[in-house]
Design a binder for this molecule. Structure first.
Ligand code: MN
Length: 251
């Protein structure tokens, strides 16, 4: 099995190395990741400048390919055979920080798994709670287990998985829905040395309890959250409702 790994924390992120070492037990692992951290870049792809892949030595002496683009660029290049033969599986992570609830709309980690699904490749994203001390070893072990399971249980087309691990030793696994976990976003305004205003996203994770059955709730209860996602974003209930609005055009 050929496994492509990528992330949005960059080619030298310890989570990527932990993933690479754990998945090596299952086959050939190729790391193609952004040359610098790209967290919260979403599904951006690079259309306006050349993309390059540069061979790098990782901390364990093995090789990886650094890309000057985004996580989705990395997956796209690999899916089109530019990082060796097309992979059989794509794993994105291990991200430092949970990707739950509304994070999924911003996450480069999750977008990379989504890009794999767009390219017809089975995939999952995997993230750990960023509260100190961050230990990537349990997540790496679970990634290996899940990757092996996917051989016996292939994902349907256009579906992929989003995995989140709690701090410390997980009590088990929960299959969950995407929740509504969000941030209490504030925008701080400050002044630069020339007296001009600049702005900085601030604020922290919202403190309200997560709904039962959701990704954030499982992690809050010490469980590994596994959420099935799919490319189709249609709101089916609203689709039915729209039919009843009586909209006509031309009027
Ligand atoms: Mn990240």
């Amino acid at each position: 099995m050929r496994i492509l790994i990528t992330n949005d924390d960059g080619i030298f992120a310890p989570g990527l190395l932990a993933l690479k070492q754990a998945l090596a037990a299952l086959g050939e692992v190729v790391a193609v990741a952004p040359e610098r951290p790209r967290s919260a870049c979403g599904h951006a792809v690079t259309l306006h400048k050349p993309l390059r892949l540069t061979r790098m030595k990782l901390a364990d002496g093995s090789e990886g390919l650094a890309c000057n683009g985004t996580p989705s660029d990395c997956v796209g290049l690999a899916a089109h055979g530019h990082a060796g033969p097309r992979p059989d599986l794509v794993v994105s992570g291990i991200n430092r920080g949970l990707n739950v609830g509304l994070d999924l709309w911003y996450s480069g980690t999750v977008a990379a798994a989504m890009e794999a699904a767009i390219n017809g490749l089975p995939s999952f994203a995997i993230s750990v709670d960023s509260r100190e001390p961050v230990d990537f070893v349990p997540a790496a072990g679970f990634a290996r287990y899940l990757a092996a399971q996917l051989r016996a249980h292939p994902l349907p087309p256009e579906a992929f998985l989003n995995v989140n691990l709690p701090v410390g030793e997980a009590r088990g696994v929960a299959f969950t829905a995407q929740g509504r976990a969000a941030y209490e976003v504030e925008v701080e305004q400050r002044s630069d040395p020339r007296g001009r205003p600049y702005f900085w996203w601030a604020g922290g994770r919202a403190t309200e309890p997560a709904s039962p059955g959701t990704d954030a709730d499982a992690v809050a209860h010490g469980l590994i959250s596994v959420t099935p996602l799919r490319l189709d974003l249609t709101d089916c209930a609203l689709l039915s409702d729209l039919q009843t609005w009586g909209l006509r055009w031309p009027e």
